[in-house]
Design a protein around this ligand. Structure first.
Ligand code: SAH
Length: 296
């Protein structure tokens, strides 16, 4: 049920009961976590476009070991384990991880699920929280518009820079970071997030109410209020850092180096083929040749 429009709830930027400071776990009250399965549709409801894009990319880059650093309920990790990849999955929210732990338990008799490593880990402290394989991971994933959950508490993006450095440190030379964000340039221009979702087949989203908060004439935070057409109260609110494509790209380049191989996709297509995408997906490579590693 939607709240009635009183002054108190015009600017509701977090789920009730969740502290607004630090890197609060926006999923802590369990509401988004509970509705996430509905939001994303069935576990196998990943769109074919997404699955094809990701699997082709991983194959082309000869990836074997993967860190799914915002695994949430584990939807991508499960898909990738089923495709034969070695997965370490991490997330800062124990409420989200619950579903992943349960899946690992339910499927523990399958050796690949028995070997699945799951850790509660924050990107800000990733090297301390997650065991890195010798040499590093072939790929780090941070998908599902997860990274923009990290807000800019200090006004200089220092936390974002630290997280990117941590992603680099978890990768082996030649390894790739695959990271996405909504098209905030579009949201800032139109004041509305497109309902189109390239990842999920959910039939339950009836609206995404969009609020943009400005500070000193610059966009500071975007709040998306997901409304679902389910009988129980299915609404949930999440807040995001409105990264423009330009600023996000330059953050990536700062961490990986100006000469790092970097490709941006628009809704999984080439940029020129999709001028107004809902999401941007970045693939950036840690400089160095991963095949040199075993030769030294
Ligand atoms: N990739 C999954 C989950 C997306 S939801 C999917 O596409 O379904 C976004 C996830 O990012 C949440 O599970 C949230 O807990 C996680 N997250 C947010 N901030 C984080 C942080 N600082 N460190 C690690 N995970 C974080």
């Amino acid at each position: 049920m939607s709240p009635s429009p009183t002054a108190d709830n015009v600017l509701v930027t977090q789920s009730p009961g969740v502290g607004a400071s630090g890197i609060a776990d926006q999923y802590a009250d369990g509401k988004a976590a509970k509705n996430w399965q509905l939001y994303i549709g069935e576990q196998d409801g990943r769109t074919l476009n997404y699955k094809t894009f990701l699997l082709n990319l991983l194959k082309q880059k000869k990836v074997e070991s993967i860190l799914d650093s915002a695994c949430g309920t584990g939807v991508d990790s499960v898909m990738l384990i089923e495709e034969g990849y070695t997965l370490t999955s991490s997330d800062a929210s124990d409420k989200m991880l619950k579903t992943a732990y349960k899946t690992r338990w339910d499927r523990r008799r399958e050796p690949s699920f028995f070997d699945w490593e799951i850790e509660e880990a924050n990107w800000l402290t990733l090297p301390q929280d997650v065991r890195k394989p010798v040499g590093g991971f072939d790929a780090v994933l941070c998908m599902g518009n997860s990274f923009p959950h990290l807000l800019d508490d200090h006004g200089d993006l220092r936390d974002h820079k630290k997280c990117f450095k941590n992603f680099v440190s978890m990768l082996k030379p030649g390894g790739i970071l695959v990271i996405d964000h909504r098209n905030y340039d579009y949201i800032l221009k139109h004041g509305r997030a497109p309902k189109k979702n390239i990842y999920y087949n959910s039939k339950h989203i009836s609206d995404i109410r969009t609020q943009v908060i400005y500070e000193n004439n610059a966009p500071k935070q975007i709040t998306l209020n997901y409304t679902m057409d389910v009988e129980e109260d299915g609404d949930f609110i999440l807040s995001y850092q409105p990264h423009t494509l330009k600023s996000f790209t330059s953050l990536l380049k700062d961490a990986f180096g100006a000469n790092a191989n970097h490709t941006t996709y628009a809704d999984f297509k080439r940029m020129e083929d999709e001028p107004e995408p809902a999401f941007y997906i970045h693939v950036i490579e840690k400089p160095g040749n991963k095949f040199n590693f075993n030769q030294v």
